[in-house]
Design a protein around this ligand. Sequence first.
Ligand code: ZN
Length: 258
Amino acid sequence: MAEQRSFRAEAVVLRHANWGEADRLLTLYTREQGKLRAIVKGARKIRSRKAGHVEPFTHITVQLAKARDIPIVTQVETLDAYLPLREDLIRTSYAAYMLELLDRFTYEEEGGNLALVRLLTDSLARLCKVAEPWLCVRYYEMRLLDHLGFRPQLFECANCRREIQAEDQFFSPSAGGVICPRCGQGLPGLWNISEEALKYLRHFQRSAFGEAARANPTPEAQKEVETLMQAYFTYLLERQLNTPGFLKKMREEPKRAA
Ligand SMILES: [Zn+2]
């Protein structure tokens, strides 16, 4: 049976690394196949016409030729380079954080996820435009949890299932949601979450971006939401250590280093 030797993909460049004498190894998140690696031949030569298109964050279309191990990029076009992100260090670091989260929660050969590509490209585009990037990043985190299958339970207690009342609560990373003050007494491994911070998390979870962007949290609430979300991502990543995906990744590491 004739196998297709060449294929096209729409992708965001998650990262790149030097490969051999003059090439670059890209890690792409593609709409068609999810995460995959590809090589750009000669990308580090001064006259390379492809080099400018394969910087991290860039939204591209690529033509890939199947090779024995890693596919080769034969053509590449930029859809959006998100230039404002490259001109502002704060925005650059927020964009790097978004890419890193996606990179760490996804594995090669999982298949494509159109929703993840849309979320990433929409979020990078917003990050170019918004005056205050904080909200844009939190909104991305919340939607990313949805698409990865870790949507936190924020409207009823993750233990007794009763509706959450307007008061300070607990958050259980292992239960993946809020625990009411009654259930939380004496339970180990819970974090505090204020009524104020919970209000914003719920708002981001149930709103489209335009609606979510009208939120105006105090600096204290911003700090609390950010700290809690980052702790939850860290918790989930550590739990991932036991998944087959992680083991598979570890087995691939020696190949990458070679
Ligand atoms: Zn409860």
